[in-house]
Design a protein around this ligand. Structure first.
Ligand SMILES: NC(=O)c1ccc[n+]([C@@H]2O[C@H](COP(=O)([O-])OP(=O)(O)OC[C@H]3O[C@@H](n4cnc5c(N)ncnc54)[C@H](OP(=O)(O)O)[C@@H]3O)[C@@H](O)[C@H]2O)c1
Length: 259
């Protein structure tokens, strides 16, 4: 890992919550120096903004406007990177001014292990050299998905942002079944984790898509086919898509309330 990506520059993270801490941890475990990553304690937003070159906004969506107004006089040519769901470029530009360099990021909690998936959408005031610089920095945290249009950041909110909880839900289902079969809570969780880990490794190593793996395990007339067949015939896939669609509606609702 190139530890000199930042040179003399610094990062300020405004919002010391779940994602703010995960981003800070990801940068530090990824090789940045502790002194280059400043994380706010609510009372020092301005002080940190003055010191840093990259300003991450990691507060709840309804707090973003007040934080931006607070730090606006000290931002000048710095790059603002907002991770807040549903807070559009238009809202941010309206407060900071049209020419402000802004990037919307949509990270997820595994950024702390440098294994995040991070949606990336920059406004037109970010030059290509700045984009490259930020790309090197953000790639410390995981895989960047460049959004062609801003609307894609909403999809990334559901896929990346919510993805770890959705994945954990399925791990939990498998683990709960193991508990029901008489295994201890700890054994069940470890087993479920290993099954997911092994499945992911297998998919990657053999370059398979998920449906190909299902086909290879669910042989005709076998036990796996019975279980997977039951999931399909009970339309668990439809229920899943319905739940995801509710996420889309929630984002639209959030955006309307933020206007
Ligand atoms: N959590 C995720 O996995 C995730 C993923 C992608 C994007 N996001 C986005 O990240 C943002 C933060 O989410 P979160 O889950 O990290 O929320 P969180 O855990 O509640 O963290 C927000 C933090 O901001 C602090 N804060 C409140 N007012 C502040 C102010 N005026 N100045 C500085 N800090 C202030 C809060 O402190 P107090 O608690 O003391 O008020 C808290 O530490 C949201 O906009 C969300 O959409 C989250």
């Amino acid at each position: 890992m190139d530890k000199d990506i930042l040179g003399n520059k610094k990062i300020a993270i405004i919002g010391n919550g779940h994602i703010g801490q995960a981003i800070a941890m990801g940068f530090i475990t990824g090789g940045l120096k502790q002194l280059q990553v400043l994380i706010s304690n609510k009372s020092n937003n301005i002080e940190l903004t003055k010191k840093a070159d990259y300003i991450f906004i990691a507060v709840k969506p309804f707090i973003v406007k007040s934080v931006l107004k607070e730090i606006k006089p000290f931002i000048r040519k710095k790059i603002v990177l907002s991770v807040a769901a549903g807070v559009t470029m238009e809202i941010i530009e309206k407060i900071l001014g049209k020419k402000q360099k802004i990037i919307r990021l949509m990270p997820n909690i595994p950024v702390s292990e440098n294994k995040g998936v991070i949606g990336f959408f920059a406004n037109k005031y970010i030059s290509s050299s700045e984009k490259n610089e930020v790309e090197s920095l953000i790639s410390i945290l995981g895989k960047i998905i460049f959004c062609k249009k801003e609307k894609d950041t909403d999809s990334l909110t559901i896929l990346a942002g919510c993805g770890p909880a959705i994945s954990a839900y399925f791990i939990d289902l498998l683990s709960n079944f193991a508990v029901q079969q008489g295994f201890s809570q700890g054994e069940s969780m470890n087993m479920a984790l290993k099954i997911f880990e092994g499945t992911i490794d297998h998919l990657k190593r053999h370059n398979l898509i998920a449906s190909e793996l299902i086909k290879s395990v669910a042989t005709k007339g076998g036990i796996t086919e019975t279980i997977v067949g039951s999931l399909y015939s009970d339309r668990v896939d439809v229920l899943f898509m319905k739940a995801m669609e509710k996420g889309n509606l929630k984002i639209s609702d959030l955006k309307n309330k933020l206007k």
